[in-house]
Design a protein around this ligand. Structure first.
Ligand SMILES: [Zn+2]
Length: 260
């Protein structure tokens, strides 16, 4: 499932293919990913010019020239694919924006869990959905404030979009792996030093992944490629184990992420 670093890539892709271009027509292959009716969406999108786009948490917003913004949520399998008129339409294209200048941008979503919606503004959407601060802009004070009086497991807290926006299953594991804290640890069991370490890893892991993605690999000593039961920990050689935390699969090193 795409998380903050992946949405950052989608944003860049959108920017390079569709920003500042104008929609001549919208083809809708499957309304299920769309908020509202297809017909009204087609009408409202016609002749709108795309802005540059900006990411908040796991959402991408693209300002439109005439009204509002377009919101994209990528669900489990969402992505964009640009293609030329004489090229075959990508498989699982749900919505296709025909661009006046040339080419088409498809919102591809195999499992149909993604979402496309016209919204009044990014700010209103964030407020309505009560999203917490974006993980990349998170401040230590906000983090402390958001955790005040909370109980629950640290992994679930990191994944709660109302506390911090942008972190999902994979990067919550990575952040905790780097912070040397087991995912099932109660948040109230962590002292300030440990919380600070988790905060610092939020602030370093996400940009490091973004920076490294062009090289097509993860930084050395990252859990990512070893996130499998029975693997050997790339940091200490310990065993990677699987646990269920808040209904989600968590992977961690039994040796260096001691449970409290
Ligand atoms: Zn280890």
């Amino acid at each position: 499932m795409p998380e903050l670093p992946e949405i950052e890539s989608f944003k860049d892709y959108f920017k390079s293919k569709a920003s500042k271009k104008t929609v001549s027509k919208v083809e809708i292959n499957d309304e299920v990913v769309l908020d509202g009716s297809g017909r009204s969406f087609q009408k409202r999108m016609k002749d709108q010019t795309f802005g540059l786009g900006s990411r908040y948490g796991k959402y991408l917003f693209v300002e439109l020239s005439r009204e509002g913004s377009l919101m994209f949520h990528f669900g489990m399998t969402g992505k964009f694919e640009y293609f030329e008129e004489d090229e075959e339409e990508p498989k699982y294209s749900r919505i296709i924006f025909n661009l006046k200048e040339s080419g088409k941008l498809a919102f591809v979503c195999r499992r149909k869990l993604g979402r496309v919606a016209l919204v009044d503004s990014k700010e209103d959407f964030i407020k309505e959905h009560e999203l917490g601060p974006d993980a990349m802009a998170l401040k230590w004070e906000d983090f402390q404030e958001a955790l005040k009086g909370r109980t629950g497991k640290v992994k679930s807290i990191l994944m709660n979009q109302k506390i911090i926006a942008g972190i999902g299953n994979v990067y919550s594991d990575e952040i905790l792996f780097q912070a040397e804290v087991a995912p099932g640890t109660g948040i109230d069991k962590l002292d300030e030093k440990e919380l600070k370490k988790i905060f610092e890893k939020i602030k370093s892991v996400l940009p490091e992944v973004i920076k490294n993605r062009n090289k097509g690999k993860y930084p050395e000593g990252y859990l990512h490629d070893f996130r499998k039961k029975g693997e050997k920990c790339p940091k200490c050689g310990g065993e990677i184990v699987k646990a269920t935390v808040g209904g989600r699969s968590a992977y961690y090193c039994r040796k260096h992420q001691e449970k409290k």
